[in-house]
Design a protein around this ligand. Structure first.
Ligand SMILES: [Zn+2]
Length: 373
């Protein structure tokens, strides 16, 4: 029997406090439009596995109807439901990205309390630049404030993260801008914010500056930079979010010996595992993807196990907002990795001892090593 004893979720977000309405819960398991009349977001792979696996944690039969599930969740109350699901996830540690809707979700200490796992913060660099912009009067002030704030936020963090793929795609000039270029881009962004209302950071020059400041901090602190790859909501320009497009930057990070953790990777899982094979600093996970492919997640795990070194593969749920997604992340990961490795053992491709060693690397060994936990 393969052991999945110590599991560290290296990329996830906080859960929403309070008792969620059905509409709120369904919105969290959707990356896009509303379902057609007569259908709901439970009519998807993630909805199927949610009813199958989460219902028993709340004391229902597997495959409880969405109505019964929501009634039971409401009866327990959101906090109790979240605590039960998070405890059942059996996590040792959670590394939490606080850069998305931070005011709507539990903070890092609260996540530790709910889950019983240790919790550490991952700081999103674009969010820090946006915070700095709220008070900066000039491009130069923006850069100084950003650098000071990122340094300060990094002191207690376990890693930094960038969503450059979302904001500009990977298809940008990937060299470091000069300080004058970055300051001029900052002036232009602040001016347009003042003239026509607040706009989120989408300027490639400023994000490049932020990426190189982040690389230096990661090098000093000897911790990773996480990069969002591929799947997300419709803001993603998918063909340009192929991580192979970002290889010039990957090489800069490799020269500084900074690990890059590619997150989600769908639909670029083969590209990501190849990059993990050829670049010493590239790591990858299939978080989010395992949950949203539901009963077919095993095919995704087969791809993830198809080329990348076992010592480069990381575990994440990419859960956001909903404790169910933490629990499903664990279930989907354990059953799909277990199935792949059991087949390898049955075929004589590896021994049980080999398989246990692989599980230990992916569940916690790799994460503990690169995040220096
Ligand atoms: Zn995420």
């Amino acid at each position: 029997m393969l052991e999945f004893e110590r599991l560290i979720d290296h990329h996830c977000h906080g859960v929403m406090p309070g008792t969620l309405s059905r509409a709120q819960l369904e919105a969290i398991i959707s990356e896009g439009h509303r379902p057609v009349p007569g259908c709901t977001n439970f009519d998807k792979p993630v909805g199927m596995v949610l009813r199958r696996y989460c219902a028993p944690v709340l004391g229902l039969e597997p495959h409880a109807s969405p109505e019964d599930y929501m009634a039971r969740r409401t009866e327990l109350g959101g906090e109790e439901a979240s605590r039960r699901l998070l405890r059942a996830s059996g996590l040792t540690g959670v590394l939490i990205d606080t850069g998305h809707r931070a005011d709507d979700i539990l903070d890092v200490p609260q996540m530790a309390d709910y889950s019983g796992a240790y919790a550490r913060e991952v700081v999103r660099i674009e969010a820090v630049m946006e915070t700095a912009a709220r008070t900066a009067g000039s491009g130069e002030q923006l850069l100084s404030a950003f650098e000071a704030l990122l340094e300060e936020r990094s002191a207690d963090a376990i890693a930094l993260k960038s969503i450059v793929a979302y904001r500009t795609t990977f298809d940008i000039d990937q060299s470091a801008p000069t300080r004058a270029e970055a300051a001029a881009a900052g002036d232009a962004w602040l001016k347009s914010n003042a003239a026509s209302g607040w706009r989120r950071l989408e300027d490639a020059t400023l994000i490049r500056h932020a990426l190189y400041v982040a690389l230096d901090i990661c090098q000093q602190r000897r911790f990773p930079l996480q990069l969002h790859v591929g799947v997300g909501d419709r803001d993603v320009n998918m063909p340009k979010c192929d991580p192979t497009v970002f290889i010039p930057f990957v090489l800069q990070a490799e020269a500084k010996d900074v690990p890059l953790a590619l997150l989600h990777c769908y639909p670029f899982i083969q590209e990501s595992t190849w990059m993990a094979e050829v670049f010493s600093n590239v790591y990858y996970d299939i978080g989010f993807t395992l949950n949203f492919t539901g009963p077919e997640a095993r095919k995704i795990m087969e791809q993830a196990m198809g080329m990348g070194p076992f010592f480069k593969h990381l575990y994440s749920s990419d859960a956001f907002g909903l404790a169910e997604l933490f629990y499903l992340g664990r279930i989907q990961f354990q059953r799909t990795l277990g199935a792949v490795l059991s087949d390898w053992i049955a075929a004589g491709d590896c021994t049980l001892k080999d398989a246990d060693r692989i599980v230990a690397m992916i569940t916690h060994g790799n994460t503990e090593r690169i995040y220096r936990l």
